[in-house]
Design a protein around this ligand. Sequence first.
Ligand SMILES: Nc1ncnc2c1ncn2[C@@H]1O[C@H](COP(=O)(O)OP(=O)(O)OP(=O)(O)O)[C@@H](O)[C@H]1O
Ligand SMILES: [Mg+2]
Length: 581
Amino acid sequence: MSRAIAVKLAGPVLRARAEGPFQLRESVRVGPDRLLGEVVRLDRDEIVVQVYEDTTGLRPGIEVVGEGAPLSIRVGPALLGRIFDGLLRPLSGAPERLAPGLREAPPSRFAFTPTAVAGEPVAAGASLGDITVAGGRRLAALVPPGVEGRLHDIRPEGEYGDDEPLARLATAGGEVAVAMSHAWPVRVPRPSRRRLASVTPLVTGQRILDSLFPVALGGKAAIPGGFGTGKTVLLETLAKGCAADVIVYLGCGERGNEMAGVLEEFPRLDDPRTGRPLMERTVIIANTSNMPVAAREASIYCAITVAEYFRDQGLDVALMADSTSRWAEALREVSGRFGELPGEGGYPAYLASRIADFYERAARVETLGGRTGSVTVMGAISPPSGDFSEPVTSHTKRFVRSYWALDAKRAQARFYPAVHPLQSYAEDSAAFAPWWSEQGNPNWLALRRRFLTLLDEQSRLERMARIIGKDALPARQQVTLLCADLVNEAFLRQSAFAPKDRLASPAKQAAMMAVAGRFVELAESALARGIAPARIAGLACLRPLARMGEDTGEDELARLDELRGDLESEFAALVPEEAPA
Ligand SMILES: Nc1ncnc2c1ncn2[C@@H]1O[C@H](COP(=O)(O)OP(=O)(O)OP(=O)(O)O)[C@@H](O)[C@H]1O
Ligand SMILES: [Mg+2]
């Protein structure tokens, strides 16, 4: 083990005189309390270390000991259902705040049923057997990436600790023991056989996302939004309701009380799809603003490594990061302490490449073991004073394919989710048309385009209406405004707190989209028949239409057909008024 002696300390960063060789990114232990740190720079005989724990009380002269390996975490079945700090250590202090049922730590012993046979060759990513975790779910005991050989022996069916050796492999480099969990260096992406194209969206249950701005399974989405525009509520809604097998929720540098919401609420929630505790398939990583800044920088890599591990199990994983801006600020602060030259916004010059590296790890892949799995990343961005041209937002925009811009005006009007339909986009939309067809929405692409065009026209017309007054607009434009309003109110608005409307299945979204689309068609043909806009605006069906989301449960979708029938007859009853004689 290499040693170094600290010569200078500045907050979370220290300089030390090396008395042996260190590697860049090597994990180190600092001082008598063996605080965890990482070598971030090598200068001739000096090393620069960022320390992940509170450095108060450290003095020059203390010892820094190298661990000979990069910063690593253990990934395995014991991650599920737990709450960790930014370095993936069980979060201390939290349990008393948790729901009573979860106070005792989730198990770290699991039932193992071997499937591999002694004497046979096994490759990286292969399964040695099944691990049964909470809720009867099964995970594979994976041979870690980089390990392959002949299976020397394997333990019989039974219960084992997650880090207890289950099997021994004779490899080219000697004998290797494999347990349910294994260590992985967080900054290194876990390898896969190949990346797969994604033609399936990650269903979020949020209409404005799934129907207008979908994100691919294995895709990347950014949620920029000014202060209080609903980023956290949206990410939490996604965590509770999206159709992923495993949720990794990273609270990164947010205020403690905001994180407390997640910590208190999640353990009580039931999975909307199975009725079992949601935590059984969730991993929470909480690194609040009062925790050491360098750990915040590392937390994002821990989170994505955890996500990749479950991807390698052949699962679809969703990673929510709230907020990547706080992570970038940690990067900036630590870089400043090294004395690096600040670039744009005071961030280090490598900000863009770090953001790219992170989002690049989102993917749908064929795993080393031949399974199909995905990691979808959704990251909130909190641009200072809501200015989307700042560095973190503008760089992130280059690397994500779905961009869900939250709008302060919509949020002020309590229009949720406050996703701005004109500033947001989803580059993969066209690829999802066949999928939507299978969900009963063959006209999805056309309807989507129609809705977006209406919303675009609305913003233009509203500006004009502010000047000349709404009633002075030509009849056609008044109808456009009416239809755009309907799309907003009846389709896009969705309350996170309405029991029937929190989550909308693709079938419900398709049915609602069809009803709203039919209204637009009927309104336009009525206009062509010479019906005055005010009479369309006075139709009785508008009220139930605006409430169709919250009034229609998933098992009541037939009501939407009735509503559509009402529309048809109300429009049919509109006859042009006799011109006054
Ligand atoms: N989908 C929603 N439905 C209903 N209310 C919402 C919704 N989204 C946000 N709100 C309201 O807006 C408030 C602020 O939302 P939130 O905390 O998510 O904003 P934020 O963008 O994360 O803020 P910050 O910039 O402070 O992190 C919430 O407390 C809630 O009252
Ligand atoms: Mg927030």
